[in-house]
Design a protein around this ligand. Structure first.
Ligand SMILES: [Zn+2]
Ligand SMILES: [Zn+2]
Length: 351
């Protein structure tokens, strides 16, 4: 039986339709790899990519002798750039703003062929730290309202390069998807006087049916109204509205959970195509009079979305997603996978 589920924060409705499950075919594990020879992110080709916005030198020398461990560079073909004046213009009923913003690439490793689930935890932590540091730096530019960080892996995720990287796009406006979530969180807060995400963490930890993994700082679960099969959200257990306030300890907890989620998805689905998206509060406050409770009502989080299904005209027409995999089944499957992976590791250690 299919059912209609409403996401308590965004208010989006989703059709969970297990009957369709038979129709979903998992592709073979195909590694998407763009050529190494002309990869601008590989060591040796640094001159092609312009100046470093952030440069983390390698500690004890990278395996391939690279001098760096992580670099942040400007995107060569930026969607938006900071070196322009912010101008607004009304054209009849239309609004236009100059394309002020930032578009940066975080090159996560000198290694060309690493997938997220193969990253050592320490490297994931380094990436998460670079995200934080870039957000902190760009937050000084008061023209920028929203900073979005995301990671595409695999062709279906929209990646054009296989070399592991994430991207940051900062805009002078708040994107509509975020605005919907912010409004939903605020409405929930006005009604219940509690953060919707904190309630979500409590309920998922108590019910456990949609739980994937957790540690002292973070919890990962398949959301009740998952739009996509095997979608996983990772939330800090302690309330915080801004990602950039994370401490080093929190980052290592987050790296551990993110790695577990990446392993569970890669092993369960046999596809490496996945998007990782950071959702954090806009900064500065969008409108002083309008978002007075944002510190209390919004809770930053990470969404991990494996790209199994493709969107259809129905999703485009209505914004209502049809998901063939109930999140309870997905979470049970991911938990079993993690159990199996840790058993294999224990066995290997015993030998
Ligand atoms: Zn490369
Ligand atoms: Zn909260």
């Amino acid at each position: 039986m299919s059912d209609l589920r409403r996401d308590p924060i965004s208010g989006n409705w989703v059709v969970i339709s297990p009957e369709e499950e038979a129709g979903v075919k998992l592709d073979r594990f195909v590694r998407f790899e763009t050529p190494r020879e002309d990869c601008p992110f590989c060591p040796g080709n640094e001159r092609e990519t312009g100046h470093n916005i952030l440069f983390i030198p390698s500690e004890n020398g990278e395996a391939d002798g690279s001098s760096w461990s992580l670099r942040v560079i400007p995107n060569r073909l930026p969607v938006l750039r900071t070196e322009r004046a912010l101008e607004r213009e009304g054209i009849g009923m239309f609004d236009r703003i100059t394309g002020v913003g930032a578009h940066e690439i975080i090159i996560e490793s000198p290694r060309h062929d690493l997938l997220l689930h193969e990253f050592p935890e320490r490297r994931i932590a380094r990436v998460l730290t670079a995200w934080r540091d870039r957000v902190l730096d760009l937050s000084k530019d008061t023209r920028l309202r929203y900073i979005s960080i995301f990671r595409n892996q695999g062709r279906r995720s929209g990646a054009r390069m296989s070399h592991p990287h994430s991207q940051l796009i900062a805009t002078p406006v708040i994107p509509v998807g975020i605005r919907g979530e912010l409004s939903g969180a605020r409405e929930y807060f006005e009604y219940k006087e509690r953060c919707a995400f904190c309630d979500l963490v409590d309920q998922e930890r108590e019910e456990k049916v949609r739980l994937v993994t957790q540690n002292r700082g973070f919890v990962a679960f398949c959301p009740f109204a998952s739009r996509n099969p095997f979608e996983v959200w990772i939330l800090p257990r302690v309330h915080s509205h801004r990602y950039e306030t994370v401490s080093a300890d929190e980052i290592s907890d987050l790296a551990e959970v993110l790695k577990q989620v990446a392993i569970a998805l890669a092993e369960s689905l046999l596809i490496p195509d996945v998007n990782v998206v950071l959702k954090t509060s806009p900064r500065p406050k969008p409108r002083r009079d309008q978002w007075t409770t944002i510190e209390e009502d919004f809770h930053w989080h990470i969404e991990v979305i494996p790209r199994i299904t493709r969107f259809s005209g129905y999703e485009l027409a209505t914004g209502m997603f049809v998901n063939p995999t109930p999140p309870e089944s997905a979470a049970a499957y991911l938990r079993d996978t993690l159990f199996e992976v840790s058993r294999r590791r224990d066995d290997a250690q015993d030998q």
